[in-house]
Design a protein around this ligand. Structure first.
Ligand code: NDP
Length: 419
């Protein structure tokens, strides 16, 4: 029986909250705390009467470490689940340390202001030394390793689908299917259609920053960076069909590259339709993806934040989105002296997710693993002092929980490989 403080009440959080409420045997009590408290109250109202979980709400600005520490101390949860934005990762980790509570999130740290000279100096040094230029990386959170270790607390990073489940798939493949893994291709296919000319499936600012950045992959322990969207492949996905996919930089490459150095190549591909890419290129060309504030009629606005205000709220796409997602990893390597290749993946249906929790599959495939990660920590199955990604624990209980909580997976031998 545990008490969980959930920070954020957007698309992903709403699924994680619904799933915690389905899992009342573990989550006896939750508190939903976010910037806009009315969203937390609406969730409480929607779920109360359908669950044994006791739900509380609070208003919090998670950038304010002092206020957040006080909230955590007052509520005294077993763990904090951060499903706000990556901008809040470090302040929430600080507050968890100050209050002596375990920490869980779904995305690695990224600064809100990429023009901040202090951050920029460290970023530019990292770009030169490591060879990839994404704004997000694990170094900021891995730097908390000693603090969490000394405090006897667990920080579980990136327990969404990708990263999160994909890294658990890697640990599972290593444990049960291979003596040596040689390559990992992570494939993220969204065959969903929401009927809008342009919308993003999760927070637009985070999503568009990720997609418009240069791609990169790891080969023999080194990063190889390529211009955005310059490596394209077609793949025939079970449940979806043929889709174009593009090589992107993605955070699990960094963690798997560190934790499984024997793997020779790790790549990440995501599917995009031509219309999405044309809209994104156009928005980028006119400066709408910029994070640098501009002055407009005496008011300072950040173009990408203004764009976010114009685009459909990802949490509102649920009723309109039809089709399926197929997300998984192709592994190649050696077992008992013979070459082997497998694809481990989940297929998720947008409308079924909507019927169950009122959200589309992108929020669902992230929110379910967020609940599972929190469950692993509060039940003690994944509890160890320090800072960890999901590939660093025993994958079996997590894989079992995926089947039980709505993300069943399958393993296919000899899949079509990506060249
Ligand atoms: P949303 O924008 O829908 O929701 C973010 C929520 O955080 C909102 O409720 C927002 O409040 C709240 N919030 C923002 N800033 C603060 C703050 N300073 N203090 C308190 N609350 C705050 O985002 P998503 O639900 O789409 O994404 C949530 C997280 O999930 C992100 O970190 C994203 O990167 C991650 N993600 C991970 C994936 C994975 O597979 N690993 C896939 C998809 C997303 P308000 O309502 O006031 O705006």
């Amino acid at each position: 029986m545990a008490r969980l403080l959930i920070i954020g009440c957007g698309g992903v959080a709403q699924v994680a909250i619904s799933k915690c409420c389905q899992n009342s045997d573990v989550f006896e009590e939750i508190m939903i705390a976010s910037r806009t408290v009315s969203k937390c109250e609406a969730m409480k109202e929607k779920l109360e009467g359908t669950t044994k979980t006791v739900i509380k709400t609070a208003q919090i600005d998670a950038d304010d470490v002092e206020a957040l520490t006080k909230l955590i101390k007052d509520y005294a949860p077993d763990a904090v689940l951060n499903v706000a934005l990556p901008y809040q990762d470090l302040t929430i980790m600080d507050a968890c340390l100050a209050a002596g509570v375990h920490y869980i999130d779904t995305a690695n740290y990224e600064p809100e202001d990429t023009d901040d000279p202090k951050w920029r100096a460290i970023y530019e040094k990292r770009c030169k030394e490591l060879g990839f230029s994404a704004y997000f990386d694990y170094s900021w959170q891995w730097a908390y390793e000693d603090k969490f270790k000394d405090a006897g607390l667990t920080a579980l990073l990136g327990t969404g689908f990708d990263p999160g489940v994909t890294s658990v798939f890697a640990a599972y493949a290593k444990k049960h299917y291979f003596d040596e893994i040689h390559t990992i291709d992570i494939l993220d296919c969204n065959g969903g259609d929401h009927g809008y000319p342009f919308a993003t499936n999760f927070n637009p600012e985070i999503n568009l920053r990720e997609v418009s950045a240069p791609g990169s992959y790891m080969e023999n322990g080194k990063w190889v960076e390529i211009p955005a969207m310059s490596i394209k492949r077609e793949y025939d996905f079970d449940g979806v069909g043929k889709k174009d996919m593009y090589l992107l930089h993605h955070e699990e490459i960094e963690a798997l590259g560190r934790n499984m150095p024997e793997v020779k190549r790790i790549r990440f591909f995501m599917t995009f339709g031509q219309s999405y890419l044309t809209h994104m290129n156009c928005l980028e060309n006119v400066g709408m993806l910029s994070t640098t504030p501009i002055n407009f009629n005496g008011q300072e606005i950040v173009p990408i934040q203004f764009l976010k205000a114009l685009l459909p709220d990802p949490a509102s796409l649920g009723p309109r989105t039809v089709g399926k997602t197929n997300i998984g990893c192709i592994f190649t390597g050696i077992k008992d002296g013979k070459e082997r290749s497998i694809y481990i993946y989940n297929v998720c249906d947008h409308q079924e997710c909507y019927k169950e929790v009122g959200s589309q599959a992108i929020s669902y495939t992230t929110g379910v693993p967020a609940m599972i990660g929190a469950m692993m920590v509060v039940t003690g199955q994944w509890k160890q002092p320090g800072v960890f990604t999901t590939d660093e624990f025993d994958p079996d209980p997590y894989m079992e929980a995926l089947n039980k909580w709505g993300l069943p997976w399958q393993v296919v031998e000899n899949p079509v490989l990506v060249d």
